[in-house]
Design a protein around this ligand. Structure first.
Ligand code: FDA
Length: 397
């Protein structure tokens, strides 16, 4: 079968998400004839839902230490060449108002829609075509090109970019299609799992914590030699909030979490000095000073700390300090891909060029964004990677 020139493109990108749109604009500005295909009904759906609808579009303080990968140095080159400042310059050229919510984390002041509109405008200016509601049935490689079979006909391209994301939030159109293509062309796909995801609890602890649903407090959560000092939120399903999402990326089934509920305090010393100065005071009163009221009450009931501190021996104070400072929770699991912000694992970067994102054995086949085994911490790092890997491929494809 031959294709007419209207079916021929220099670059076809599968996936109109963050990485795909960035790549499309970059390749389009180089004069390449670009087509983006996506099976969803509108582009950039995850951008729209990101950052609570305001899109935490970059993290200015990102370093390679903010990324998980089996090949940790891979991401450095692309992130160095297209920095968060480059993306911020673009955002400002489009007049998008933004604000820094936490150190280095920039959000839209108004709506994540502004970022999608900006990317679509860039694609339009660069002459890149976007075709939504188009499912890709299969890919075949022929001498000089790739043949992309879609529900509405066959297309040809010189360079094929796989930007179809990971498995998180299937209701938003996530599929494992990118991994299938990688395997088809002989690339290794490292095991995937849900990251930046809330924990679920075993029934007993879930019931004990039920009265705390909706309560948040700052904690330091640790697991597998990583720790994050950020808020924890108790939900009706389990534990969430930034500290839990962050540590979930380092958690494996069966691992305990160690949670310091009073990371700013030296609990042992506090209790000893309180016992000396106010012997009649109680653990409940101490907790009420430093934890949200409902939290303090629930913990006191859970552990039955009754009576005045003067009745407590040093070893009792140590036990209380351990319980609060190293509260140990064994999650039942996580909420999985249904609510995960990202997918860990994916296309093994050892088989990709860190300069162009092309497969080493298939120089015109590119993998960018979340489908690749590069996953950022919470706080804008994942978009940093989507933009940087998109630009790297767009400069070469
Ligand atoms: P992305 O998932 O954006 O795009 C993939 C595209 O491919 C989709 O449009 C999909 O429809 C399409 N596709 C999939 N399979 C296909 C197929 N078979 N055929 C055709 N098309 C197909 N990150 C961050 O830095 N700051 C933040 O504030 C947030 N917030 C956030 C909130 C929530 C709720 C989630 C789920 C995620 C975030 N993230 C985030 C993570 C961020 O959204 C994510 O890292 C990027 O969107 C990844 O960009 P990609 O372009 O790789 O995939």
């Amino acid at each position: 079968m031959t294709a007419s020139s209207s079916n021929q493109y220099d670059v076809i990108i599968i996936g109109a998400g963050a990485a795909g749109l960035m790549c499309a604009a970059t390749a389009g500005y180089r004069g390449r004839k670009v087509l983006v295909l996506d099976h969803a009904n509108k582009p950039g759906k995850k951008i729209l839902m990101s950052g609570g609808g305001r899109c935490n579009f970059i993290n200015l303080n990102s370093t390679p230490a903010n990324f998980l990968s089996d090949n940790p140095r891979f991401c450095i080159s692309a992130l160095k060449r297209y920095t968060p400042q480059h993306f911020l310059d673009l955002v400002e050229r489009h007049g998008i108002e933004h604000e820094e919510k936490a150190a280095g984390q920039l959000f839209c002041k108004d709506s994540a829609k502004d970022i999608v509109t900006m990317l679509l405008t860039e694609c339009e200016w660069a002459g890149a075509e976007i075709r939504m509601k188009t499912s890709v049935k299969g890919i075949a490689q022929e001498a000089e090109h790739y043949r992309v079979k879609t529900g509405s006909g066959t297309l040809l391209c010189e360079s094929l970019v796989i930007a179809c994301g990971g498995l998180s939030i299937p209701t938003m159109g996530a599929t494992g299609f990118g991994y299938e293509i990688a395997r088809q062309f002989g690339l290794t796909v490292l095991p995937t799992r849900a990251g930046l995801v809330p924990f679920t609890l075993h029934p007993e602890l879930k019931q004990q914590l039920a009265p705390l649903s909706g309560v948040s407090c700052p904690v330091d959560a640790a697991c597998n030699n990583q720790h994050f000092r950020e808020p924890m939120l108790v939900t009706h399903r389990g534990l969430s909030g930034p500290s839990m999402l962050q540590i979930s990326s380092f958690w494996h089934p069966g691992d305990p979490l160690r949670i310091n509920l009073l990371p700013e305090r030296n609990i042992r010393e506090d209790l000893a000095s309180l016992r000396k100065q106010k012997p009649q005071s109680t653990v409940a009163q101490y907790l009420a000073q430093h934890l949200p009221k409902r939290f303090a009450q629930a913990f006191n009931e859970l552990y039955g700390w009754q009576g005045p501190l003067q009745a407590y021996k040093n070893i009792d104070l140590e036990q209380i300090a351990d319980t609060l400072g190293q509260w140990t929770v064994k999650p039942a699991g996580t909420e999985g891909y249904r609510t995960a912000e990202v997918t860990l694992g994916g296309v093994d970067t050892r088989q990709l060029s860190s300069k162009t994102m092309a497969a080493l054995d298939h120089p015109n086949l590119y993998f960018i964004g979340e489908v690749v085994d590069v996953t950022g911490h919470l706080g804008g790092h994942n978009f940093n990677w989507a933009w940087a890997s998109g630009v790297a491929a767009g400069q070469s494809a």
